[in-house]
Design a protein around this ligand. Sequence first.
Ligand SMILES: [Zn+2]
Length: 123
Amino acid sequence: MFRQEDLRVVLDVRLDAGVWLNAALVAKQGLSEDDLRKLKWTHRFKFSLVCRMLATKNQDDIEILGKLFTKLLFFQQKVWKFDQNEDMHNWKEIPHCICPDKASFEKHVINQGCPVHGYRCRN
Ligand SMILES: [Zn+2]
């Protein structure tokens, strides 16, 4: 069992910004201390990606950072011991994404003009 403070992920000390890993889910999935360490890293890396994406309007940068974002979300699913399923990713947390909202168990629909995902319609 982990202590509550073991589940805290500090994202920015100055802003006192952070997230908590879901204690019940951590227990249910049987995550190890190493899994928690990896998950904390993914949250800090995600925060830095969000900051970098918000700070740019360059299309190439947005597309590359968006691809990294997707890889990171897949890695999070792996560490959480979930199926690696992009349809379960929350695209609303990806800066610049203008793809339509989806209901929980539907597939993502790509807006061809989306700076993050639109390239998939062009290739
Ligand atoms: Zn999108």
